[in-house]
Design a protein around this ligand. Sequence first.
Ligand SMILES: Cc1cc2nc3c(=O)[nH]c(=O)nc-3n(C[C@H](O)[C@H](O)[C@H](O)COP(=O)(O)O)c2cc1C
Length: 329
Amino acid sequence: MLSTTYLSLSLSSPLVASASPLTGKLDTLRQLEDAGAAAVVLPSVFEEQLQQETSFMDHFLDANTESLSEAQNFFPDPTLYEHKSDLALEKISAAKASLSIPVIASLNGSTPEGWSAFAKHIARAGADAIELNLYDIAADPSVSSSELEERQLNTVKEICNAIHIPVTVKIGPHYSALANMAQRFEQAGAAGLVMFNRFYQPDFHIESRTTSRKLGLSSSREMLLPMSWIAILRGQRTLDLAATTGVHEVDDVIKYLMAGANVVCSTSALLSHGPEKLTEFKQGLAHWLDENGYNDVDELRGCMRREFVDNPELFERANYIKLLSSYPG
Ligand SMILES: Cc1cc2nc3c(=O)[nH]c(=O)nc-3n(C[C@H](O)[C@H](O)[C@H](O)COP(=O)(O)O)c2cc1C
C-alpha cells in the first residue's frame, strides 16, 4: 500500500529520514530503519572540507618533494591521520553493511571545480544515490543570477557525468525563475529535486550585539512554501520531488503527497520525538489511506498538483489577487 519509487529505488514507503545527526551514527540509523524509515540521507560532506584536504595534501607533497631527493615517491602514511572524507566513505560502507534500506549520501557544494571526483568514491563506497545540496546564498553583488545558476548547473552536470547512481539536488526556494531552473536541473541530469533547504537566518541578541548561532528546528507552518512549489512543479515535470521542511504530523505527510512529492523527509520531528515518530507517520498514513478509500499511495500522490495552464504566471497572479480580496474587512 505504501510502496514508492524514488530515484529509481524501490522503497517500502514514502518516508525518508533526511540528513541530521541521527543519520550520522550506526545505532541511530538502525533505530530509524526499525521505526520505518524507507531510506536515509547521511550528513553532508562539504566541498570546503574536500578542498582543504586536497590543498593540504598538495602542500605536503610539494614540501617533501622539494626538500628531500629520496622523497620522490613519498606518500604520507594514511594511518597517520584520517581525512574527514575517508571517514565519510567508511560511514557510507558501514551504513550499507548494516541496513537493508537504501542509503543516500549527501554532498554539499556549489562549484564544479575538481571535488566532484569525490562523487565517484561515494558511488564506490556503495551509496544508492547522491543528494547534492546546493546551499548558495547569493550575497556577492558581483555575481549575477545567471552566473550563479550556470555554476550550479555545471556542478550538477559534472557530478551526473561522473557517476552512474542517481543524483538528486537539494535546492533553496530563492530563484527568480524556479520552474525554469527545475527544468534545467532535469536537463543537466538530476533525477530529482529536494525542496527546500532551510535558509540559515541567525537572530541577534540586542544587549550583547552578538549573533545567535542556534539552529532552530522547523514548524509545520514552514511547509507551505515547499508544498506550493511541489504542487506547481508536479504539474510540469516528471523528475522526482522530495519534500523536506516542516513535517511534524501525519497530516503534513499527507499534504506533501497530495501536492505530488515522491517522498517526504523528516528531521526536526525525529530530533524532537525520536525515530519512533516515523512509526506514527507510517501507521497514520496507512490508516488515513484506508479510511479514505485509497488502494495505495500512488493514487493519492499529486491529487492537489497545480495542473499546467497555458499562462501559469497570469494564473498565479489571479490567485494572489483573489487571496488578498478574500480577507474579511
Ligand atoms: C541538526 C541538523 C543537522 C542537519 N544536517 C544536514 C546536513 O548535513 N545536510 C543537509 O543537507 N541537511 C541537513 N539538515 C537539514 C535537514 O536535512 C532538513 O532538510 C531540514 O531540517 C528541514 O527538515 P525538517 O523541517 O524536517 O527539520 C540538518 C538539519 C538539522 C536540524
